[in-house]
Ligand binder design. Structure first.
Ligand code: NAG
Ligand code: NAG
Ligand code: NAG
Ligand code: NAG
Length: 512
């Protein structure tokens, strides 16, 4: 009887363990994004799935036997050639310039390099040698969606920030430029926009549909054609109907929610780990001994002294020298002859997430990146933000709105402003606000790990295609169709205006 019991359990285990073969392609070369993706894949590996991953930075799976890893060697280099956050900020570039002249060029050139990877090429040409149950990709570069077409399987999108509105649109989620700031570049609060901000949001959407998307699609089609043509895939075919799941690095307590369909899940904070003991003894000693409190300053992995400018470095040092707190500053290099105040410690590397958990740390000064923001919230640390680019302005505005951070401008801040900001943000009420947000964020009916596992297993088990299985809810179908709809509306408007003008002229002529 006992054996039978074990046999039944054993069979049940075999039967329910739906392990799939997953192909993951992450083409967006930011370290923080890659870390987020790694967390998601690690969860799936722990669950028994087998993963083949292509990424721009090497991931660390601690020699897990069921992962095969390839790295796109040149993506970071290509990206750096075109993009520079501090330059965008200094020149005050408009999002249209940033997208067209810098970001899109970087994506496409990098994507071309990535698709030429010999292992990826083998997967395109020798399809019978592989079999995949799910493709996981980031939505910024959508060429990887085509692998779902090649292997006749669904795509799960994982977005290391919030997804852009067009991805929400594909998932049938609510899009509306008057309700939501429909660009991650526009730092407006959803549901609380002024008329001008609404117009701005609409303008972004129109810019995207008319200009960017048409160029984007054209480029994508051309590239896809080059690499996938021999498979007989129709080049204009949008791979969107393969989408099964959207995972965004968002959390409702942080703000910026929108009405979403069930297969969009919010998995913000997934990458935040339990703090580890600080192994660098000098650093630990510094934190332990700073009983007046510690300010940590870290402006993100892509900002260095040179790009920050010596004037700014001096300005910060001057302010820091006047506070009685200690300052831990992550900066890659220090200029010769620069006078460092005794309460300031400059380090080229910092286990930021662990250091933030130290009880003496009272404030974080940073660029407003979402990964670090979640870590600071998890550790209960209020913030001062100096946003530079992308979604950082939105994060900064949202956190200020929630009373957990103060936003400042790197181009124009005054010493006195920063001094009073430091005094203000170290008041206990801000730390209390952060703790409140933390407890709201984590109080969920199901934890992120289980949520991800259930949804991914579900997509694999049912070979789920969102549009086929639940309905095609996007506004006007594919982006190309959307383009036509907007274009048709535009042409109708012009015809109407011209005819009205003619009518008026006609009437005037009649009167004469
Ligand atoms: C690796 O995959 C095999 C086959 O699916 C499975 O039996 C094994 O438990 C997995 N190993 C780990 C460490 O998950
Ligand atoms: C395709 O893959 C199979 C199985 O791995 C292999 O035997 C074959 O040589 C490959 N063909 C080419 C053209 O690489
Ligand atoms: C540190 O400075 C703040 C304001 O600048 C002051 O309120 C506080 O009492 C000082 N702490 C100590 C220990 O001197
Ligand atoms: C959605 O569109 C696809 C083709 O684009 C079609 O095959 C499918 O039946 C549609 N699903 C629904 C629910 O209308």
């Amino acid at each position: 009887m006992k054996y039978l019991y074990f046999f039944v359990i054993f069979c049940a285990l075999i039967y329910t363990a739906e392990s799939g073969n997953i192909l993951a392609i992450f083409q967006f070369p930011y370290f923080s994004h890659q870390r987020f993706h790694q967390t998601v894949l690690q969860i799936l590996l722990d669950e028994g799935h087998t993963v083949t991953v292509f990424s721009t930075h090497p991931h660390d799976y601690k020699d897990h036997p069921n992962v095969t890893q390839y790295v796109f060697e040149d993506s970071i280099k290509i990206h750096k050639k075109y993009t520079d956050m501090l330059m965008y900020r200094k020149k005050k570039l408009h999002y249209s310039q940033i997208l067209i002249q810098h970001e899109a060029r970087a994506y496409f050139e990098a994507a071309e390099h990535e698709l030429s990877h010999p292992e990826l090429q083998k997967m395109i040409t020798n399809t019978s040698a592989y079999q995949f149950d799910l493709v996981i990709a980031e939505c910024v570069v959508c060429t990887s969606f085509l692998f779902a077409e090649v292997y006749d399987c669904p795509v799960a999108i994982v977005s290391a920030i919030d997804a852009p509105y067009m991805i929400h649109n594909m998932m049938g989620n609510d899009i509306n430029p008057f309700k939501y700031a429909e660009s991650l570049f526009l730092p407006y609060i959803h549901g609380e926009m002024t008329i001008l901000q609404m117009v701005d949001s609409l303008m972004f959407q129109l810019f995207y549909e008319f200009i960017f998307n048409c160029v984007h699609i054209y480029n994508n089609v051309r590239m896809n054609y080059n690499h996938f043509s021999h498979l007989g895939l129709s080049t204009a075919k949008s791979p969107n109907h393969r989408i099964s799941l959207l995972m965004t690095n968002t959390n409702q307590a942080f703000g910026h929610v929108r009405a979403t369909m069930p297969h969009t899940i919010q998995i913000g904070y997934t990458h935040v780990e339990e703090p580890k003991e600080i192994t660098d003894l000098e650093l630990k000693d510094f934190l332990d001994k700073s009983s007046n409190g510690v300010i940590i300053k870290a402006l993100g992995s892509t900002v260095n002294t040179k790009s920050l400018g010596i004037e700014n470095v001096k300005k910060f040092l001057k302010v820091f020298s006047k506070t009685n707190m200690s300052v831990l500053w992550k900066l890659d290099e220090v200029e010769e002859g620069l006078e460092i105040p005794p309460n300031v410690k400059i380090v080229s590397w910092l286990p930021l997430s662990d250091a933030l958990a130290h009880p003496n740390v009272k404030l974080l000064i940073f660029h407003g990146g979402i990964f670090t923001a979640y870590e600071a919230i998890d550790r209960g640390v209020p913030m001062i933000t100096f946003p530079l680019a992308y979604d950082q302005f939105t994060n900064a505005r949202l956190m200020a709105h929630k009373g957990i951070a103060m936003e400042m401008d790197l181009n124009s801040f005054e010493d006195s402003e920063l001094t009073s900001a430091i005094q203000e943000m170290t008041k206990p009420k801000y730390a209390a606000n952060v703790r409140e947000m933390r407890s709201l964020a984590y109080d969920q009916p199901i934890n992120n790990r289980d949520l991800i596992v259930w949804h991914v297993n579900n997509a694999i088990k049912h070979k789920l295609y969102y549009a086929r299985d639940f309905g095609n809810f996007s506004y006007f179908g594919t982006p190309l169709k959307q383009c036509f709809v907007y274009f048709a509306a535009f042409v109708l408007l012009i015809i109407y205006l011209v005819r009205r003008k003619f009518k008026k002229v006609d009437e005037k002529l009649k009167k004469l």
